[in-house]
Design a protein around this ligand. Structure first.
Ligand code: OAD
Length: 230
């Protein structure tokens, strides 16, 4: 079976009703990124950060995977597929994708404020626990924090993601502006024989000067077109 890696960003979930970050009116226009997505912001005002991710979790209960997510999952019928996503939602899993690597963490999980990447402290929340409060503690006694990789923090999953990209026959990039590293740097690991497809309604600057087959459409329509080609 040929191997496909699908690298996704916020645009993958846009048609499910989740805002992207950098488009006009995107999340980073409404909430200063340095307040809600950095360790410094969390140290300054943990309540604000906890509330921000509580709201994101609550939204998760109201949205559904879109056709794009479902078509990505359907690739597993014909290919060995690994999804590498920058998204913290669980829509790929809910659409049926079985191998999903979350580079930037997962909304449905919480961890220790002291040792956020220690697997001992990472815990999946049940939907009725989605509202985290100040004073809720991890097993080490620290405040429960969202299991989210913030700006300035290491991205522990990047190595295993790069290994998958290196083995891919086909790399499909969907709905990411490729502004954020190290995620955007994954493109460089694609072998020279690997075919690279990019689905995005806007023009995206792909680093590393690779030959890219561009489908300038939204995630669902773009995946419909690509599924017919593959
Ligand atoms: P961006 O908001 O930077 O980019 C979203 C991309 O989705 C843009 O290229 C849009 O053109 C595209 N897009 C919009 N609507 C679409 C649709 N219907 N179908 C397909 N594509 C569409 O989001 P990311 O690149 O994901 O990190 O941002 C990367 C990281 O920066 C995020 O994971 C997040 C953010 O800050 C953290 O929070 C740590």
């Amino acid at each position: 079976m040929k191997k496909i890696v699908v690298l996704t960003g916020a645009g993958m979930s846009a048609e499910s009703g989740i805002s992207t970050f950098r488009d006009a009116g995107g999340l980073w226009d409404q909430y200063p990124v340095e307040d809600v997505a950095t360790p410094e912001g969390y140290a300054r005002n943990p309540q604000l950060v906890i509330d921000f991710y509580n709201a994101r979790r609550k939204q998760l209960l109201t949205v559904e995977p879109n056709e794009g997510h479902r078509l990505v999952a359907a690739l597993e019928e014909r290919y060995d597929v690994t999804v590498v996503t920058q998204n913290v939602d669980n829509l790929h899993e809910r659409a049926g994708s079985t191998r999903v690597i979350h580079l930037h963490g997962e909304l449905t999980k919480v961890t220790s404020s002291f040792s956020p990447n220690n697997p001992q402290y990472i815990r999946e929340l049940r939907p009725e626990e989605y509202e985290v409060h100040m004073g809720d503690c991890a097993a080490d006694g620290s405040q429960l924090r969202p299991f989210i990789v913030w700006f300035g923090e290491a991205v522990p999953a990047i190595g295993v993601a790069a290994d998958h990209v290196m083995q891919a026959d086909i790399l499909i990039i969907i709905g990411t502006s490729l502004n954020v590293y190290p995620a955007a740097g994954l493109v460089q690991y694609a072998q020279s024989h690997a075919r690279i497809y990019l689905i995005d309604p806007a023009e995206v600057n792909v680093p590393y000067n690779r030959h890219i087959h561009t489908i300038r459409k939204g995630a669902s329509e773009g995946m419909r077109e690509l599924s017919a080609i593959l």
